[in-house]
Structures are given as structure tokens and as C-alpha cells.
Design a protein around this ligand. Structure first.
Ligand code: GTP
Ligand code: SPV
Ligand code: MN
Length: 587
């Protein structure tokens, strides 16, 4: 498949270490994928689903102890501890290699070593980057061929270059006490052992496209972000692109595939999906910020996905999809999850593969159950999806799950103030990572688990990008779809109705609408959020647009604490921003 010496040498080393029975290159051909699916059905890793209802779709169950990312066991192994920074777990690289090689040694015995050459980004795009993942898991192979562009072509473009990311994955024994997800940013290397769950083992995704790539972006002057990318087409056919960073399971896939309310559809508004999880962004020849989605598929949260909440995501799962940890419907050899519809299957297995009684009150699907679907399945996939240059970004949005405080939407005063807003994002934890759910924590730019270097340097990099972009910089906003009322119900309807907020954001970018200046930024006048055909009162809207100085003073104190972590690495601009906020609030 290749004569690249750096590749062949590494593979030899890995072969000696892992001791596989045989080696198989993934060439990306349909025939090979079909053959590997059949093999995975024989080993029991996949269940072939009803091919009439769900052609080329399969079900997989992970080990019960292995259903989410493990942030506590995710390490950044930079040479100096300071370069991993205060928000990452760190281990000295030599020690980490030894520990990981000791764990992985001989672990492919009796197994096949699959070699997956893949590209993050359209093959041949100047913004794309190649990697090679070796794995002993067919599930990983079959997910990687959906989530990335994988196969021979990647090696052809790589040629003799040494500029590729090494990825070693071994299931070992799925021993959670020996589970580690390690990134070596200075070596372009990832090692993941003892897991079989998506975010831990599909090494092109969080490990490469965020942890390694964020480091590369810092060194090379571009950005790798935990952001969806969408295009909004107005009735004149003009398309504006928005990138949005929300923490895991906080609504990126949903927003990326939003269906506008009926009255806006009738006017001719459309939404196009470029990406739902990751954006790589570079300053283009015109001085604007251009973004690609490095992925080729969606690894989406299943629960809550239905024809009403996210029609396009559901449609994306109808073919060539791998479902992980959902309910198995024995009667029609199909799948189900909470929130799909009101008819849970009567004769079913839960995500663990046990008989499941839908009336027991126990959940059938794991809260972090997922679907892996090809992006091209999505009815609203953007025509620019494969564009090698990407799309120009007009606005960047930050957001999180906050039951209180953060208003529905506000605009930062300028780029530096927007970086401040991003650096202070807080959100309730979700099932996407193991550990407690619903605990509010700071998750700067939704990158807390994904930044591959010192987050203080990362903030500075954002500020530096702003200086380079100057007046061509995207405008920065913050949204919160998750405000709760006293009964614990979401106040804002969310989902498709978020389009009403996006339209305000676009209008702000085009200088077409005024806003109210507050201590935290520009907040909409309630009349400017269009509530046409929505059963939502202007009073309720005003309520979720309020900026309460007393609560924000408390928030400013918490930000002060949050910032202490970064010590000398905290950029002066951000200290100034915090002081400004405090001053504004006491006016
Ligand atoms: P990752 O793939 O983990 O990065 O998640 P994500 O950010 O793509 O989140 P996703 O869109 O899958 O949404 C996660 C959960 O949030 C689902 O249960 C959704 O139903 C819910 N959700 C998404 N958008 C909204 C919204 O506007 N309002 C409310 N109330 N819930 C939402
Ligand atoms: C996330 O947790 O942000 C995800 C899912 O997108 S995973 O790929 O598991 O990280
Ligand atoms: Mn994500």
C-alpha cells in the first residue's frame, strides 16, 4: 500500500510490540468493508439489523464499564508538565510510553492488526491532515471508515512525508484500571488502551482532530475547535456560516441540522450542515476565517433524537449506520432509544443485551448511546461539505447548559471580550464523559477535555488570532437554550426555534438590528426576536433575556477563582476583561 519509510518502520515496531497473528490494510473499498462487516457479525461484535428498514445498519454493544470518554484517564504527555497546563492530566512521555507499551505488549496475540490510513479533512485539501490508526477492533475499523476518509488515497497523498499522526489502539482486556487515552502532541502520537468506546478509540476524532490538532494549530497559526459549522441561507439565496462551540451533549448536532420553523421555511430560509462536532479554521487569502469539518460522519447522541427534535439526524441514521448501546427490538430486528417515539418495543433487549421491560422504569438505551452515520446521508448536508477551502465564518457562538444566569443570547463587545466569554463558559456535565452528571463546571470554549496544551496559551492563541483577523474577525456570541423554570422545565422551546435566535445573530453581523448594551454585552430587544407562530409570550422572552447584576457579580467572583488556576499564563487582556465586567456591574 505504501513505500513510506516512516510508516513502514513504525508498523514494524508496532508489530514487534503487539505480536498480531496477521496484518490487514484498510483500503477503503466497498468489497473490503462488506467483508469486514460480515466478519464482525461472525465474531458477535455487530448484529446485522433489518435490512429492509435499515439497510447496511448494525448494532454494537460496548462493555458495561466502557460507555463514555474517561477524562480522568486521558493524559497529555508533553515533555514539560507546564505545556499540558493546569486543566490536563500529565505524564512525562518516557514514563508514559513505558507504561503503555508494558500494557499493550503482546495484546494482539491471536488477533488481527488492522491498519487504517485516514485523512481528517477532504483528501488533498490544504487544510487536511493524515493519520494512521492501528487497532485490533473491527468495530473501530468500521466506525473509522464512516467518520473519516480512509483508504489507499490517503497514502498516495502522503507520499514519503513524515507529517502524519501515529495512532495505536488496543482493546487489551477492556480493563478499566489499565485504561489510558494518551496524546503526545510533540510526537504526533496517540496511544489508547483498554477501551472500545468511540471517543476513546476512534483516534481521528477527539484525540487527533482536537487534542493533537489544537497543539498543531497553536504552533502553525490556525485553530482546532469543538464546534459545529452550519450555513444559513436567506430568501435571496445568500449563505452565511456560523461555528458554534457547546460542550459534549449540549446541542451541537441538533443545531447543525436545525429545521427552521414553518413560516421561515415558507419565506425561503434554509439551514445547511457542514459539521456537527469539530471545526478546523484558518485565515484565508481574503483575511477572513475559513473552516472545514475534518470529519466524514456523525457520532451522534441517540437519546432524544426523533423526527421532531432532529429529523435530519434521524434520517442520517437510516442507512450505513452503526448503533452503539441502544435498545434492540427483537420483533423486527431493529433499534430504539428513549425519546425516539412513544412506542418502546415490548420484546426487547436493553443496551447491555439483557431482556428489557419498557414498563420497568429502567432506561433501555444508555444515556450516551450513539449512532455513527455517513455525513452524506444527511438531507441538509452542505454543498460545501467536501470543499477543500472550507467556508467563511461570520459568527462564532459559545454556549452551555445553564439552568440560570446566562441569557438566551448576547453578543460580546469585541473579539477580546468574546474570548473572555468563551474562556468562562460553564455547563452542566453530561453522560458523554464518565462521572457525575449535572454538575456545573467551567468548560472554556467547550475544550476543557480536548485542549492538547496549556489552556493559558490557548487563550493567548485566541487573542492572537483576533489580532490577525482584525476587522474581518467573526462576531462572537453566547447562547443558552437550557434555562429552567421553577418546575425544572426548559423555558425556551429550543431545537428548530433556535433559528429565531440565529436570525438575530445574522442580523447583528449585518448591522441590521440594534441591541441593548449591558454589563456583559449586547442583548436583544425582545421585539427583535421573532416569535411568529410561537406559543411563547414576550414576557417570558424578556425574562430569559434579563441580565441580573447581583447574580453576575457572583459569577464574576467565580470567574476570578476559575482564572486563578492559570497563574502567569492567564493573558493580561483577560484580566482586563474581568476587571471591566466587575466595573460595569458596579455602575
Ligand atoms: P456531542 O456529540 O457529545 O458533542 O453532543 P452535541 O453537542 O452534538 O449534543 P446533541 O445535539 O447530540 O444534543 C444532546 C442533547 O441535548 C440531546 O438530548 C438533545 O435532545 C438535547 N438538546 C439539543 N438541542 C436542544 C435545545 O435546543 N433545547 C433543549 N432543551 N435540549 C436540546
Ligand atoms: C463528545 O463527547 O463531545 C463527543 C462524543 O462528541 S465522543 O466522540 O465520544 O467524544
Ligand atoms: Mn463532541
Amino acid at each position: 500500500m505504501t513505500n513510506n519509510k516512516t510508516v513502514l518502520t513504525w508498523l514494524e515496531e508496532m508489530k514487534t510490540l503487539l505480536n498480531p497473528d496477521n496484518m490487514v490494510w484498510i483500503d477503503g473499498s466497498k468489497e473490503q468493508i462488506e467483508q469486514l462487516r460480515a466478519a464482525a457479525v461472525i465474531t458477535g461484535e455487530l448484529t446485522k439489523l433489518n435490512q429492509e428498514l435499515l439497510p447496511e445498519c448494525y448494532l454494537h454493544r460496548t462493555a458495561v464499564n466502557d460507555v463514555a470518554r474517561v477524562e480522568g484517564r486521558t493524559l497529555i504527555c508533553s515533555r514539560k508538565e507546564e505545556n499540558a497546563g493546569p486543566t490536563n492530566n500529565w505524564m512525562e512521555p518516557k514514563k508514559a510510553y513505558k507504561m503503555l507499551y508494558d500494557i499493550a505488549r503482546g495484546s494482539y496475540t491471536g488477533r488481527t492488526m488492522y491498519i487504517i490510513p485516514y485523512s481528517m479533512g477532504p483528501i488533498g485539501s490544504p487544510l487536511a491532515k493524515p493519520g494512521i490508526e492501528i487497532t485490533d477492533s473491527l468495530y473501530v475499523v468500521l466506525n473509522m471508515v464512516i467518520m473519516t476518509r480512509a483508504g489507499q488515497q490517503v497514502l498516495d497523498v502522503l507520499g514519503d512525508s513524515n507529517d502524519w499522526v501515529r495512532g495505536l489502539h488496543s482493546r487489551c482486556d477492556i480493563d478499566q484500571d489499565k485504561r489510558y487515552i494518551c496524546q503526545f502532541p510533540e510526537d504526533n502520537t496517540i496511544i489508547s488502551v483498554n477501551s472500545g468506546y468511540g471517543g476513546n478509540v476512534l483516534l481521528g476524532k477527539k484525540c487527533f482532530a482536537l487534542r493533537i490538532a489544537s497543539y498543531q494549530g497553536w504552533r502553525e497559526g490556525w485553530m482546532a475547535e469543538h464546534m459545529l459549522i452550519l450555513g444559513i441561507e436567506n430568501p435571496n439565496g445568500e449563505i452565511k456560516y456560523i461555528a458554534a462551540a457547546f460542550p459534549s451533549a449540549c446541542g451541537k448536532t441538533n443545531l447543525a441540522m436545525l429545521i427552521p420553523p414553518e413560516y421561515l421555511k415558507e419565506q425561503g430560509y434554509k439551514v445547511w450542515t457542514v459539521g456537527d462536532d469539530i471545526a478546523w479554521m484558518r485565515i484565508g487569502p481574503d483575511g477572513r476565517l475559513w473552516a472545514i469539518n475534518p470529519e466524514n460522519g456523525f457520532f451522534g447522541v441517540a437519546p432524544g433524537t426523533n423526527a421532531k427534535s432532529n429529523y435530519n439526524a434521524l434520517a442520517s441514521t437510516k442507512q450505513g449506520t452503526i448503533f452503539t448501546n441502544v435498545v434492540y427490538d427483537k420483533d423486527n430486528n431493529s433499534v430504539w432509544w428513549e425519546g425516539l417515539d412513544k412506542n418502546p418495543p415490548k420484546n426487547a433487549l436493553n443496551w447491555k443485551g439483557e431482556d428489557w421491560d419498557c414498563e420497568s422504569g429502567e432506561k433501555g438505551a444508555n444515556p450516551n448511546s450513539r449512532f455513527t452515520s455517513p455525513a452524506t446521508n444527511c438531507p441538509c448536508v452542505s454543498s460545501e461539505f467536501n470543499s477543500p477551502t472550507g467556508v467563511p465564518i461570520s459568527a462564532i457562538i459559545f454556549g452551555g447548559r445553564r439552568a440560570r444566569l446566562a441569557p438566551l443570547v448576547y453578543q460580546s463587545k469585541n473579539w477580546d471580550n468574546g474570548v473572555f466569554v468563551g474562556s468562562t463558559v460553564a455547563s452542566e456535565t453530561t453522560a458523554a464523559a464518565s462521572g457525575a452528571v449535572g454538575v456545573v463546571r467551567r468548560d472554556p470554549m467547550a475544550m476543557l477535555p480536548f485542549c492538547g496544551y496549556n489552556m493559558g496559551d490557548y487563550f493567548q492563541h485566541w487573542l492572537d488570532m483576533g489580532k490577525k483577523l482584525g476587522d474581518k474577525a467573526p462576531k462572537i456570541f453566547n447562547v443558552n437554550w437550557f434555562r429552567l423554570d421553577d418546575e425544572g422545565q426548559f423555558i425556551w422551546p429550543g431545537f428548530g426555534d433556535n433559528m429565531r435566535v440565529l436570525n438575530w445573530i445574522i442580523a447583528r453581523c449585518e448591522n441590521k438590528v440594534d441591541a441593548r448594551e449591558t454589563a456583559i454585552g449586547y442583548v436583544p430587544y425582545s421585539k427583535d426576536i421573532d416569535l411568529t407562530n410561537l406559543d411563547f409570550s414576550i414576557d417570558a422572552l424578556e425574562d430569559i433575556l434579563k441580565v441580573d447584576p447581583e447574580s453576575w457579580k457572583k459569577e464574576a467572583e467565580e470567574i476570578t477563582e476559575h482564572y486563578k488556576k492559570f497563574g502567569d499564563k492567564l493573558p493580561t487582556e483577560l484580566k482586563t476583561q474581568l476587571e471591566n465586567l466587575k466595573n460595569n456591574l458596579s455602575k
